[in-house]
Design a binder for this molecule. Structure first.
Ligand SMILES: [Zn+2]
Ligand SMILES: [Zn+2]
Length: 256
């Protein structure tokens, strides 16, 4: 499985793109920077989008993606998340005020974007994966996804502060290969992280201890202005933790 990092920052600045990840060219996780990074023919190849939550840094590109692929595809792009996330997005973004409602354009029978809710805590086949959303703890409703394939399982977390359910679920997964997790603020801004539902390096250390995670951990969603400080602290607080690299394609080989 190829996991391409289009953007992995918790803020936007030159050379720092917002969260968006492309799996095997067809499944997109979050849409922050998708249209700023992928060429339009690549955008038109996306079959499905998994959204972690409604915050603009994770969904913004969906508006422009719909616009760009209009007339380029003969079927909708399927947009998945749990129901409250999709409903909030329809009401707040694709509401014919902030942006046109592309779930009814050109018709509700064959729209550009087709919103389909996923059941929480249960796997659903999607592209050539199986995907399970699990609720996290953020300032708005947010989920992480277990993505299973021939490579084993990858756990991609959306924005979260300290949380429980996902670590309970992770304990039961024998072939967990990687955990992607937001680490947004440095330790000195712990209070800000707590009130906004984010993690610092010291808080990440406590989270990983809950599940005794042995898979490779990749931190992302660093605020650009604190990135160097967060990376220094991660080296001390969470030895072995990798920093997800923007523009890089990670390959997960099939397990025997
Ligand atoms: Zn975010
Ligand atoms: Zn957020």
């Amino acid at each position: 499985m190829r996991y391409r990092v289009l953007g992995c920052f918790g803020g936007e600045a030159p050379r720092h793109h917002l969260s968006s990840f492309l799996l095997d060219e067809t499944l997109l996780i979050d849409a922050g920077s998708v249209t700023g990074v992928l060429e339009i023919p690549e955008q038109a190849q996306i079959e499905a989008v998994l959204l972690t939550h409604t915050h603009l840094d994770h969904v913004r590109g969906l508006a422009h993606l719909a616009d760009n692929v209009f007339g380029q595809r003969d079927r909708p792009i399927i947009v998945h998340s749990i129901e409250p996330v999709l409903e909030a997005l329809k009401g707040s973004l694709l509401n014919n005020v902030l942006w046109p409602n592309f779930t009814e354009i050109p018709s509700s029978r064959m729209p550009i974007l087709d919103f389909r809710p996923l059941p929480e805590g249960r796997p659903t086949p999607l592209c050539h994966f199986r995907v399970t959303p699990i609720r996290l703890s953020h300032s708005v409703i947010s989920v992480g996804y277990f993505v299973e394939g021939d490579f084993g399982t990858l756990l991609h977390l959306g924005d979260t502060g300290p949380t429980e359910a996902v670590w309970k679920a992770a304990k039961d997964i024998a072939n967990l290969r990687a955990v992607m997790i937001g680490t947004t603020f440095p330790n000195r801004l712990q209070r800000l992280a707590d009130v906004s539902g984010h993690l610092t390096p010291q808080a990440l250390k406590a989270e990983l201890a809950k599940a005794r995670v042995k898979a490779t951990v990749y931190a992302y969603h660093l605020k650009p202005q604190y990135a160097a400080e967060i990376i220094d602290e991660l080296k001390k607080d969470v030895p072995g933790c990798q920093i997800l690299e923007q523009g890089k394609e990670y390959r997960f080989a099939p397990v025997a």
